[in-house]
Design a protein around this ligand. Structure first.
Ligand SMILES: Nc1ncnc2c1ncn2[C@@H]1O[C@H](COP(=O)(O)OP(=O)(O)O)[C@@H](O)[C@H]1O
Ligand SMILES: [Mg+2]
Length: 252
């Protein structure tokens, strides 16, 4: 099995706070890998390090065997490594199709491409992906009028416009009502299976991540505490203690 992302001994501190402490993880190609851990355990920091959002203090990060440790966000995105955010980032005053088209233009020539004529294939691709996430009927609606869960689906479709090889998803189900969560999970699984996109997913909803990921890493205090299958993680006393410990200290 080939590893698409290899993080080796990565550390990152903010002032005196060590957010990631000698973290090593690998994400196999074509699979869904989970990342869990109590609040403040360093999950988002690790994502930010992988996508080149900030420099790391030590260690190495490889994408498809290539060193990307010193590359910046746009260079890394062009290789096909994209992330979504805990907060939804859509253009609320534009309709769904327009959001899709803007998102696609980012990957290629950036700002200048906004002045380029939109190719019919691009609009077709936008429609196809909106269909994939179940938003085809709503494609001409202003996206600000969609429900929160539908906006998350739109954001996912926008990421797919760029044909990523891997998507890093930071708490994709946060704030979504339970009925839409199942729809989103189903789409994530289909993206991996049918589109061959590797997924690396931060998730705080335990039943969701246990049903979604094939292998899971658990961070605690910036370090990798455990790694295993959902069954192994569920039965790991240290994981349970990390979550309970976090709660009793009021660490939220
Ligand atoms: N930009 C930053 N500046 C200062 N401290 C930060 C910054 N980003 C994260 N931290 C700190 O690093 C630790 C890990 O945070 P984070 O990676 O966001 O955790 P998680 O996503 O697991 O909740 C926390 O103590 C947090 O306060
Ligand atoms: Mg976070």
């Amino acid at each position: 099995m080939s590893e698409l992302i290899e993080v080796s001994g990565v550390s990152k501190a903010f002032g005196g706070i060590i957010a990631n402490d000698n973290v090593s993880i690998s994400v196999p190609e074509g699979r869904i890998t989970g990342l869990i851990g109590p609040n403040g355990s360093g999950k988002t920091t690790l994502f930010n390090s992988i996508v080149g959002y900030h420099p790391i203090d030590s260690g190495s990060i490889k994408f498809d065997g290539q060193e990307i440790t010193k590359k910046m966000v746009p260079q890394i995105a062009r290789l096909g490594l994209l992330r979504t955010f805990q907060q939804t980032r859509i253009y609320g005053k534009m309709d769904c199709v327009a959001n899709m088209l803007v998102s696609e233009s980012h990957r290629h020539e950036g700002f200048r491409s906004m002045f380029r004529k939109i190719q019919p294939e691009t609009t077709e691709k936008a429609d196809r992906l909106l269909e994939f996430v179940g938003l085809y009927q709503k494609r001409r609606l202003v996206s600000g009028e969609l429900s929160f869960g539908q906006q998350k689906l739109l954001e996912f479709a926008m990421a797919l416009m760029n044909e990523p090889r891997i998507l890093l998803l930071d708490e994709p189900t946060a704030g979504i009502n339970p009925t839409l969560i199942n729809g989103l999970i189903d789409r994530l699984k289909r993206a991996a299976r049918e589109l061959g996109i590797t997924l690396f997913v931060i998730e705080h909803n335990m039943p969701v991540i246990m049903g979604l990921a094939e292998n899971i890493y658990c961070l605690a205090n910036g370090k990798v505490l455990a790694h295993g299958t959902p069954a192994e993680i569920q039965n790991d006393e240290r994981v349970l203690e990390a979550y309970l410990g976090g709660q009793t200290k009021g660490d939220d």
